[in-house]
Design a protein around this ligand. Sequence first.
Ligand code: HQG
Length: 178
Amino acid sequence: MPISDTQLSKFLSLVLRHQPEAIGLVLDSQGWAGTDDLIAKANAAGTEFGRDDLLRVVAESDKKRFSLSADAHRIRAAQGHSVSVELGLAAQEPPSVLYHGTATRFVEAILSEGLKPQARQQVHLSSDEATAERVGQRHGKPHIFKVDADGMHAKGFKFFRADNGVWLTDHVPPEFLA
Ligand code: HQG
């Protein structure tokens, strides 16, 4: 059965971030899959879509979740992986302040342990508060942490900017959180 664009976007997040093996797909070390391979394996596993559908969902993704190679024959998730991938991003100087939205029930643990990647490969941060608020709402009553990215950068912590603008870092110790 053909699927909606929203379902296709969720399906792509699942196989490109978390469970490529669900359809027998293998990502390379940087998280890329061949688009033809992806389409063939998805269709064989009962998730029907074509190349046009794939390109439309990639282009229209609100958060630009997926990146295409220059020749559009390879695709990967811009961020959010739980499978181990090396995105190959160069470390960059972050904006002086970054934001992380979470749920109020996690605040106490975060203040004692800092921000940890949990199931993902890295901690996800945003450059604006509104995005952080939306991210936090996914988990419950939102709480926004301000991250002293400038202070972390000065201490040698590395920051990476995913293709879609999300900022990534390995761990944010509590002393950099407000
Ligand atoms: C929390 C979405 C307890 C953390 C979004 C978060 C984002 C802790 C949750 C992207 C903790 C993990 C990522 C600690 C962190 N103790 N809880 N020490 N450290 N946490 O979903 O950042 O729509 O893995 O605060 O827009 O919410 O999927 O991460 O609440 O960019 O494209 O543990 O996913 O993008 O949750 O979201 P997640 P996230 P997509």
